[in-house]
Design a protein around this ligand. Structure first.
Ligand SMILES: [Zn+2]
Length: 142
């Protein structure tokens, strides 16, 4: 065994690189959509219901305004609404998203009474214009 054999041993298999595709690594699989997680949910609404309601109520269920983030406008940011004013009733029929403006105006009022208020009259929020989920609640005498 010569000295040369020892020195070059192990150098024979690095002539080819493994096939690694060029370009950026795929990130999409790791990119978890955390959108909405920032809006605190202080009502113990389970996440599956929260998702369902968010998918249904893209606009205010009362005035129909498109939601914005609180940074753009506090009035048009989404807020959780309990149609029957009881935070214990956590069902898809009782949880809705409305804008902060409507939520603040409605407060503790009865739905049918609130619709007669100046706020609703000014904004033409009526029994006919509200979202189906609200019409349903009105039909039940709320
Ligand atoms: Zn509204």
């Amino acid at each position: 065994m010569s000295l040369a054999d020892t020195v070059f041993a192990g150098h024979h298999n690095n002539s080819r690189k493994p096939d690694v595709p060029d370009g950026p690594p795929l990130r999409s699989a790791l990119c978890v959509n955390k959108e909405g997680a920032s809006m605190a949910n202080s009502w113990n609404i389970p996440s599956w219901l929260e998702k369902e309601v968010r998918a249904r109520d893209k606009n205010c269920v009362y005035c129909g305004t498109a939601f914005t983030t609180a940074k753009i406008s506090k009035k048009t940011c989404a807020s959780w609404e309990h149609i029957i004013n009881d935070a214990k009733i956590i069902t898809r029929e009782n949880i809705a998203l409305c804008c902060c403006s409507c939520n603040a105006s409605k407060g503790q009022k009865k739905l049918s009474e609130w619709l007669l208020s100046k706020y609703c009259v000014d904004r033409q929020v009526t029994r006919e214009s509200v979202a189906p989920i609200i019409q349903q609640a009105l039909a039940c005498g709320l």
